[in-house]
Design a binder for this molecule. Structure first.
Ligand code: COA
Length: 374
């Protein structure tokens, strides 16, 4: 069977960032003024008083300290509480395409690839800026790539599902070298007025180059030994934004048109699902758990990752075995495990094995077993 490798990765990190303290200050200021304005309704029981948020709670509950964002000012303004992104003309690149380009160029450089070496582009992310044309086709045009491009969305597992799709496509011969980009402006789907989740997300874009081993020239390549994807329906993470909102007479400010979750339930249900999937996947490939050098897990919650790591390895993982980037980036949806892989993989030795695994809305879980080569 043709051997497929990831020969380059790239991360675009936005310039602006927000600490927990800054975020909490903005939220608390919003909550205090809401409580003041609605004092009478709150006293009469018509409205619920908003409780204050707390930076220490956020770190202890999630492991998050900081997040990068595309617009800090709007998010931190208690009168706005969402990013403000400039509307662009149809002749300008979309914001997702622009971020993708920045990450793609880094991945292409690391893989030693030019636009004419690539013959397919996949944009895999949680939220697509436009319905059409596809962001991928824009990225393809901006980079001058021939061939074809398409978008796909499997929420937090978009990147790993794209890895499986791309590896299968190269194996079957429908493409030779594929660029995957994962632009995630999660601050756009987050309700910064909701104390339960206002701290969860950040923005970023990751990129990967996939090709067959014969054409790879990079000194830091990882062979894709096997992929395993799983989906299981759940209502515990929802976002009802969609093309029928207008027909259904939704208002743009309806709460269910942004990210919503039952965080506790997600935690409880996803940990066993993911741990078992990784254990079964590794076992099916006849790889011993002791031979796994690294776990690049989806970055949503540190305790969740600690538990998954412990269940998979059968012991508490060392820090270098399970790198966390959550403290700096927060949850960046599909890009999280790819950031961890991109930042913490070069030190691995030839032949060493790691597992990259995403999980999230759907539920969706994607496990990719990788072996360092070169
Ligand atoms: N500041 C202070 N207190 C807060 C708070 C905040 N921002 N948000 C919630 N609380 C309070 C709650 O009101 C609750 O108080 P109570 O015990 O008096 O009722 C308490 O803290 C615990 O709230 P809970 O929502 O149960 O917190 P948690 O420990 O489950 O942590 C998450 C919340 C979201 C960090 C956690 O559930 C999580 O990460 N789950 C997994 C989510 C996930 O993977 N999602 C995938 C998304 S792609």
């Amino acid at each position: 069977m043709k051997q497929i490798v990831i020969s380059g990765t790239g991360v675009f990190t936005p310039e602006e960032s927000i600490t927990n303290q800054e975020l909490v200050k903005a939220y608390n200021s919003y909550a205090e003024s809401y409580n003041l304005v609605n004092k009478d309704d709150i006293t009469q029981g018509n409205k619920v008083e908003l409780e204050l948020s707390d930076a220490e709670f956020i770190f202890n509950a999630s492991g998050i300290k900081n997040r990068f964002v595309m617009d800090k000012k709007g998010i931190l303004d208690p009168n706005i509480m969402h990013p403000i992104l400039q509307r662009r003309s149809n002749d300008e690149p979309s914001i997702l395409a622009e971020m993708s380009l920045k990450a793609a160029k880094k991945a292409m450089e690391r893989a030693g690839k030019k636009a004419n070496d690539i013959d397919a582009v996949i944009t895999a992310c949680s939220n697509l800026e436009t319905a059409n044309p596809a962001i991928s086709i824009e990225v393809q045009a901006l980079l001058g790539i021939k061939g074809f491009a398409f978008d796909m969305n499997v929420a937090c597992s978009s990147a790993t599902f794209a890895l499986q799709a791309a590896a299968d496509m190269i194996r079957s011969g429908s493409a030779k070298t594929i660029l995957i980009v994962d632009p995630e402006i999660c601050s756009g789907h987050l309700d910064f007025k909701d104390r339960d989740c206002h701290f969860i997300f950040g923005d970023v874009c990751t990129a990967m180059i996939l090709e067959s081993k014969e054409t790879a020239r990079s000194k830091n390549s990882f062979e894709i030994l096997s992929t395993k994807c799983l989906t299981k329906f759940s209502n515990n993470i929802r976002n009802n934004f969609g093309f029928l909102n207008n027909a259904k007479k939704s208002s743009p400010l309806d709460r269910d048109l942004l990210f919503m979750q039952e965080g506790r339930k997600v935690f409880k249900e996803v940990v066993p699902l993911v741990s078992q999937l990784i254990i079964d996947h590794v076992d099916a490939e006849k790889i011993k758990i002791d031979d796994i050098r690294r776990l690049w897990l989806h970055q949503a919650n540190k305790s969740m990752n600690d538990l998954i790591g412990k269940k998979v390895l059968g012991r508490v993982p060392e820090m270098h075995e399970q790198p966390n980037i959550l403290q700096d980036y927060a949850n960046t949806s599909s890009a999280g495990s790819i950031i961890a892989f991109s930042l913490y993989s070069e030190d691995m030795k030839n032949g060493e094995i790691g597992v990259l695994c995403s999980f999230g809305a759907g539920y969706s879980v994607g496990s990719v077993i990788l072996r360092k080569i070169g």
